[in-house]
Design a protein around this ligand. Sequence first.
Ligand code: FAD
Length: 468
Amino acid sequence: ADQNLTPDLVVIGGGPGGYVASIRAAQLGLSVVCVEFDKTLGGTCVNVGCIPSKALLSSSEHYEFALKHAKDHGIEIAGVQLNLQQMLKRKDDVVAQNTKGVEFLFKKNKVTWAKGVGTLKAGNVVEVKALDGALTTYRPKHVILATGSVPMQLPFLPFDEERVLSNVGALRIPEVPKHLIVIGGGVIGLELGSVWRRLGAKVTVIEYAPTILPGNDDDITKEAHKIFTKQGLEIHTATKVTGGGRNGSMVTIEAEKDGQAMRFEADYVLVSIGRKPSLTGVDAAALGLALGTRGEIVVDAQMRTSLPNVFAIGDAVGGKLLAHKAEEEGVIAAEVIAGHHAKMHYHNMPGVVYTWPEIATAGLTEAEARATGKAIKVGKFPFSANGRARSMASTEGFVKFVTDAATDEILGCHMIGPNVSDLLSEIVLAMEYRGTADDVGETVHSHPTLSEVVKEAALAALGRAIHI
Ligand code: FAD
């Protein structure tokens, strides 16, 4: 009854982009309504993305450790058994802690959650249709579109989330598949493929590009391919899926490599070929909202769309589909709306693959740096030469720097190895300050830590690594 129908800001979408924008705007004194139709806040990331996938990655790592590696440490565990129901329940509990956490933050910051489907109308009017059909009309000063993205499907293989899975179904398969086919060897395919492989499934990855994780540094994709193959993933690169379908409890996939036809059969298939912007409730053509070639909402560096006082952030604006990118864009949009001089930039956007070993990268790949025409230097240091990595029995991988030969400025950093998701942050900070290989190489790093690999790789780029 006491709802504010003319708030300063209505945010459509309660994912990492939308909820962070809402909180930041509220911190800056704006009255904020955030519209979300899902029964929980947090969007793709918290409900069916980052968080549940990391929960299952963590559990399946423990399982594989107990099964295969504990005995190397002198730990004999008899009768290790998988309780998949418990593993999936724990994942759901982790998700619930996070969605409730966002709800708590909304209350704390006095952000109103309007539960329902939001529709943007002309003149920045936002209509919200609740589950019971009730309509509420908001007339805010500003609107942020944070409607996220949805998985792309293959025309001949529509998702049923029983056998033909998107990320949603692949996070809750009720049994360990005998054979899981993963179409698309990107981040999502490799992470979820690794989960089910560790739990006992045969996993076949089919990738259209010449390498898995296309777009990454060549040394990284080569090393990752080698390690994942050794772990038991069957990887087919440069392979085009041409057809397929479900037949009862089986799925057939037809593919082609070098002109040769291939055929795969499995009980489950995960289609992880990419995601596209979701424009639920946003009729771009009718509103005159400018879209890019991939259907993404076009924005400037302050996250403004082509419509006055309408901003857009997150997966809906394209670029790298990452939660931390969405969050940062949300902060920028909120600050611009509050009258600050904020501006988004993407130079050092980190990207992580949470397999084991992990992969973490920021900045230019070696090939991209060479293509700029600048003289560059490359420094590499392996985890196998690091005492801490040896004591953890996790010696696969390396850290690689790409630097400007004239100034030693760090242009890119590419890591594959244990805990590199956390190791990368130091380098992203260095790059934000336009730091050099000397800055990192001459900084004291505690011994024995994995971070010494980062220091040594920076020294390697200067031609003076010590431990190799
Ligand atoms: P979303 O999170 O998609 O949120 C959009 C929200 O808007 C949704 O909740 C939707 O219900 C709501 N919505 C849409 N339209 C309307 C409407 N009209 N009215 C009301 N509500 C609406 N990124 C990482 O950085 N790290 C990871 O480890 C990672 N892992 C991932 C794993 C998987 C399996 C997947 C699928 C993605 C992963 N991502 C990861 C990507 C990450 O989830 C997205 O980049 C992020 O969620 C984008 O945030 P967003 O706010 O733009 O959109």
